[in-house]
Ligand binder design. Structure first.
Ligand SMILES: [Zn+2]
Length: 201
């Protein structure tokens, strides 16, 4: 019914999470109506840059600009290299950075363990974390996985894996809303959870 480019755009938008065919159609027709604004061209360019100009930090697996050797946090000499804060997703890093209460390094797992979705330890950057810890410089690992069933399971698994090392393993204090994402927690709550972190036995 629709011209091919319109249908194709609708189909592509509809593949994004949380966007059904109706919303996809609304977005595409909004773009068609805003021809004057150049929004569609800007969007196309931004999406192309998204893949070409970003990369994953080979140390902590946070996002970084393409062409860098390490992300801006890993390469910052001011950061405390004895502490690693383990998070699930790249967006958890700016959330913790906004609290201004953390000076250490990060490790982005790129997900959480989930038997339902078939996500196993091999799918996450766990081996890479253990390799970092094996380097010997790390004195504390803060488990800052999400306050959810998957996050807790991931935290417990990591605690087991880290128990053989000579370092302190801590977990963010309770108080973050259960089932919520770290990235959506407000700054003060997150700072309190960070400051109140407890050592796991
Ligand atoms: Zn990094």
């Amino acid at each position: 019914m629709l011209p091919e480019p319109i249908q194709q755009s609708i189909d592509l938008f509809a593949r994004l999470p949380g966007i059904g065919p109706k919303t996809a159609a609304r977005l595409v027709f909004f773009l068609l109506r805003s021809r004057e604004s150049g929004l569609s061209e800007k969007l196309a360019e931004a999406l192309s840059d998204l893949m070409e100009k970003t990369a994953t930090c080979p140390v902590c697996f946070n996002m970084m600009s393409a062409g860098r050797e390490q992300c801006s946090i890993c390469s910052d000499p001011q950061r405390d290299r004895e502490v690693i804060c383990v998070v699930e997703e790249p967006l958890d890093v700016p959330a913790l950075e906004r609290t201004s209460g953390y000076q250490g390094l990060y490790h982005v797992l790129q997900g959480a363990l989930s038997p339902v979705e078939g996500i196993t330890p091999d799918d996450l950057k766990i081996k890479e974390l253990l390799d970092r810890v094996r380097g010997g410089e790390v004195k504390e690992v803060i488990l800052a996985t999400n306050p959810s069933m998957e996050g807790d399971a991931t935290g417990m698994y990591l605690q087991q894996q880290l128990s053989g090392f000579d370092l302190k393993v801590t977990r963010l204090a309770r108080g973050l809303p259960m089932g919520g994402d770290l990235e959506y927690a407000d700054q003060n709550t997150l700072l309190r959870a960070l400051m109140g972190r407890q050592e796991l036995e």
